[in-house]
Design a protein around this ligand. Structure first.
Ligand code: LLP
Length: 423
């Protein structure tokens, strides 16, 4: 994104043109930025550990156009559900290019996961007998809870440690792999996902050590090899302008040093090193272009726009900060105002106070930054405020990649039972 003479453009396209062409609110993704983010991270990790691979966690931004960008860069897919496996298939990825890290799987999930031939990454050994009842996966991985988790998102985004619902308790990991080995499984991987939005490089080597001590012991005791070790996602981005970003080279070096040392310590056959980030690739490549519709002077000045917690859930859900720009007015003097969307919920008053251009007015175009991850994919239709459009921009080009929802989309899957229709 650029602000030149107060005029905002994204990927070489003016925000005003995007608003005019596609309406508001609209999610806008900058293709070049996604590719840059991916390449920066990949080259950092491959420099220090060449047998390295990324799987993109599609939950963060699941538009097939975005997924196909990451596929074209060489990423596999991390899928949380059968529908995300199908989404991977839509862009041409399947089998062992897809990791199925579902949580509390149903029998139907298991059946359809087995049919698709993806890598099963089980959240608990208790699921293994249910999987084996239906078939024998070629390769089994367990999601390990290494006993420690960290998050810069909010108190509730806890992916590991004693308060998390995820992963295999460290004391049960050995038994989990033994059960898989006893069932005749011959290929193994291991996984964890202990952190969200982490910008501290040391964290990544710390968790690598935790996992490798657990896995190293299991490999030795059970005489099994691990084909891959997946450290999960968690590569962070700064949301506030005074925050420091992640030094990705440093993180990669620290991880690779720890990983290599642990391979030697436990005399392991060197596994492929994997990560499955999402936010780092798409977070700062996505924006929401919206419009101010109404301004009210109440206990404070409140700016009412068409970007609400239904469009971007993160601030109301986690207290997350997203920077907001006003097109054409960025150099104006500032005043403290509140900003909200159009929903009948006061949590939709999602910026209680912010310094914004004092001359902000009805009709102005606003741009919300860092909205590419967990933005559209967590949006919803409450109050009949339907989901926005999605647009891809690249070097002056722009294209619609998802239509704005219409009333028909709101009622498409509903039926009125005969006995009511007759009334
Ligand atoms: N792998 C697994 C198994 C995950 O559960 C996640 C995210 C990722 C990878 C990707 O993590 P990332 O690289 O993006 O940190 N809605 C929250 C974030 C929840 C994270 C869920 N799991 C937010 O808006 O910040």
């Amino acid at each position: 994104m650029k602000v030149e003479n107060d005029i905002i453009s994204i990927g070489g396209v003016k925000a005003a043109e995007l608003a005019e062409t596609y309406g508001t609110p609209t999610y806008v993704y900058d293709e070049s930025r996604i590719r840059e983010n991916y390449r920066r991270a990949l080259s950092a990790f491959q420099e220090y550990y060449p047998d390295f691979r990324f799987f993109y966690a599609v939950k963060a931004c699941n538009n097939p156009a975005i997924v196909s960008i990451l596929k074209s860069e060489g990423a596999g897919i991390d899928a949380a559900s059968v529908n995300e496996i199908l989404l991977a298939g839509k862009v041409g990825l399947g089998g062992e290019e897809v990791m199925f890290s579902g949580n509390f799987l149903s029998d139907d999930d298991i059946e359809r996961g087995l049919e698709s031939g993806v890598i099963f990454n089980l959240d608990d050994p208790s699921i293994l007998p249910r999987v084996l009842k239906q078939g024998k996966p070629e390769i089994i991985s367990f999601r390990v809870n290494p006993g420690y988790g960290k998050s810069n998102v909010g108190d509730f985004v806890t992916n590991a440690g004693p308060d998390a619902k995820f992963g295999v308790h460290p004391d049960r990991v050995m038994a989990a792999y033994k059960a898989a080995k006893d069932a005749g499984i011959k290929r193994f991987g291991a996984h964890m996902m202990p952190g969200s939005c982490i910008t501290d490089p040391e964290y990544f080597s710390f968790i690598t050590k935790l996992l490798m001590d657990i896995i190293g012991a299991a490999a030795k005791e059970l005489s099994i090899d691990f084909e891959f070790i997946d450290l999960g996602g968690g590569l962070g981005i700064p949301y506030k302008h005074d925050e420091k970003g992640l030094d990705i080279k440093k993180a990669a070096k620290l991880v690779a040093d720890t990983f290599t040392a642990k391979i030697a310590e436990y005399a392991l056959k060197p596994p492929r090193l994997m990560m499955e980030p999402a936010r780092y690739f798409v977070g700062d490549a996505g924006y929401i272009v919206g419009r101010v519709h109404s301004i009210k002077d109440s206990y404070k000045r409140i700016i009412g726009m068409d970007i609400g917690m239904n469009t971007l859930a993160r601030p109301a859900m986690y207290g997350s900060y997203h920077h907001i720009y006003v097109d054409g007015k960025e150099s104006a003097s500032r005043a403290r105002v509140g900003l909200c969307g159009q929903l009948c919920e006061n949590t939709d008053f999602w910026v209680r106070e912010r310094e914004l251009p004092a001359n902000i007015a009805e009709g102005d175009i606003v741009v919300v930054e860092n909205a590419g991850a967990y933005g559209y994919s967590m949006s919803y239709q409450y109050n009949g405020r339907l989901r926005p459009a999605e647009v891809l921009v690249n070097d002056g080009r722009h294209a619609l990649i998802r239509k704005r929802e219409e009333f028909e989309d709101m009622v498409r899957s509903t039926t009125i039972p005969d006995w009511l229709a007759a009334e």
